[in-house]
Design a protein around this ligand. Sequence first.
Ligand code: PGA
Length: 252
Amino acid sequence: MSRKPLVVGNWKMNGSRAANAVLLAGLKEAGPWAAEVAVCVPFPYIAETALALTGLSVAYGSQDCSAHESGAYTGEVSSAMLADLGCRYAIVGHSERRAYHHESDQLVADKAKAALAHGVTPIVCVGETLAEREAGQAETVVRRQLAAVVHTLTHCIGEIVLAYEPVWAIGTGRTATPADAQAIHAVLRMQLHAATKKGDAIRILYGGSVKPDNAAELFAQADIDGGLIGGASLKAADFAAICAAANRRAAS
Ligand code: PGA
């Protein structure tokens, strides 16, 4: 089954109106790509990003969403609001949120459900810490994290994008080897298969120090359908080169 490669920039808490304008103009110049491309930007910049991307095939989204529908949740942003702004994607369960905001597997699953309820595709992140990997628990951890989402979304699980992001590879310059990443992706694919007949159609992205010089090798793996890119998504030339590496997968 052919899955369209997807490359998503995760800007994290970076940017300014001026810097974003330069970055988005750079992407405009570098595209279009055969792969699907998206940027997940800080909440305050979503509307302006939408304007800057008008007429381009680059999608946009957020880096989180609330599990709640609306109401007295100071500081939170609902998926209805994201849909209202035209977001196609919302990252949920990024390891930085799991670690710094104590987000549980169930909360992440509830956020994914809330996003889907408003037609926003959740990019669900899973990944083990270095200690968990060294203890031989990488598979157990990612399977547990995905299981909560599978159980909560039931028949809608086919609508998600999954991202495997080993915590020890995020922002560290230390990438999983293509073979190690592929091994976990294959485990996740099997789990999705068991949950839904559409498991083959679900895109599984790799994230963690993806750079222009390692992207092609990662994207050449059978179950790696693109990338979730942090640091390298802040430079138009680097992000464009990674998108081009996914192009080659789309063409092959
Ligand atoms: P990185 O971040 O590419 O800077 O490692 C990836 C991510 O956290 O999504």
